[in-house]
Design a protein around this ligand. Structure first.
Ligand SMILES: C[C@H](O)[C@H](O)[C@H]1CNc2nc(N)[nH]c(=O)c2N1
Ligand SMILES: N[C@@H](Cc1ccccc1)C(=O)O
Ligand SMILES: [Fe+2]
Length: 296
């Protein structure tokens, strides 16, 4: 069972990256079969060892910080021993929620990205960061995409929400409202928190795949923690190169699904006429939710 590959994305990347000489990995024969067969075999023992180091560091931080569903689903993926073969995860995912993984060379155009999500295909980048990038990468790599994003695709409600997000992305492109919708993705799928009986927990992939932010987002007094309000989120700017200054909090994935179900068109019209809010804004009447007690 071969992994589905976004061949167009690979060919586009090859053209761009071979020009700039910044090709990661060897895609000398830009053939789909070659890429699929090779991209896993192209990983070196050193890269598998780096994956294990990243995995073990994160896995130790999850108890008491990641939401239960993430921890349970990650265990099912059995991805601790080295960079996983995507087709094995796809087999398990397909049975659970009908999702597949698509191997991509890196960030793909928005239209491509949304089309994949709208068809229950999650794009997973094939390149792995370098050892010196252990704590910080500027673009998603296979560890961020696979470790951070794939486990929650086993949850039926989350899985349906992400497909609806993909469809919403295609609509947002037509309405020229991409920046609003990108903020929603950022503050939920990438950096979202959840309020549980045991306290705040993380479900955002950008936090779950990060060594430092997973403690900071839960216990630091610095950031704001505000109950999810979709229009408020889509007005709020975000930072891409530092810890978030605001985290938005849901009760559960059902709320995330329900709150994003209405037609966003009127919201897009209202937001277009207002200035964006800074990342650290706190509006009158908004409750800044308390952090967790420091982890022992
Ligand atoms: C706003 C837009 O949806 C977002 O930046 C997309 C663009 N392309 C991507 N491409 C990949 N492979 N992975 C991603 O997370 C994204 N994010
Ligand atoms: N309901 C949104 C689409 C969407 C669904 C789920 C998540 C994000 C966006 C719209 O009408 O545009
Ligand atoms: Fe991501």
């Amino acid at each position: 069972m071969n992994t589905v590959v976004d061949k167009a994305a690979f060919l586009q990347t090859l053209a761009e990256k071979s020009d700039s000489g910044s090709l990661r990995g060897d895609y000398s024969q830009a053939d789909e079969r070659y890429v699929v067969r090779q991209h896993w075999q192209a990983y070196t023992p050193q890269q598998h060892a780096l994956w294990r180091r990243l995995y073990q560091r994160q896995a130790r931080l999850l108890p008491g910080r990641a939401c239960d569903l993430f921890i349970e689903s990650l265990a099912r993926l059995n991805a601790g021993d080295g960079i996983p073969r995507f087709e094995q995860a796809t087999d398990a995912l397909r049975k659970a929620t009908g999702w597949e993984l698509v191997a991509v060379p890196g960030l793909v155009p928005e239209l491509t990205f949304f089309e994949h999500l709208a068809n229950r295909r999650f794009p997973v980048t094939v390149w792995l960061r370098e050892p010196h990038e252990f704590d910080y990468i500027v673009e998603p790599d296979v560890f961020h995409d696979f470790f951070g994003h794939v486990p929650l695709l086993f949850d039926p409600v989350f899985a349906e929400h992400l497909q609806e997000y993909g469809k919403g992305g295609l609509k947002a492109l037509r309405l020229d409202a991409l920046s609003c919708l990108a903020r929603l993705y950022w503050y939920t799928i990438e950096f979202g928190l959840m309020q549980t009986e045991q306290g705040l927990r993380v479900y955002g992939a950008g936090i779950l795949s990060s060594g430092g932010e997973i403690e900071h987002c839960l216990t630091s007094p610095a950031p704001r923690r505000i109950a999810l309000d979709v229009e408020r989120v889509m007005r709020t700017q975000y930072k891409i190169d530092s810890y978030q200054e605001t985290y938005f909090v849901i009760r559960d994935f059902r709320q995330l699904f329900d709150d994003t179900a209405p037609d966003f068109t009127p919201m897009y019209e209202r937001i277009r006429r207002q200035p964006a809010l800074p990342a650290n804004a706190l509006l009158p009447g908004e409750a800044d939710l308390p952090p967790n007690p420091p982890a022992d």
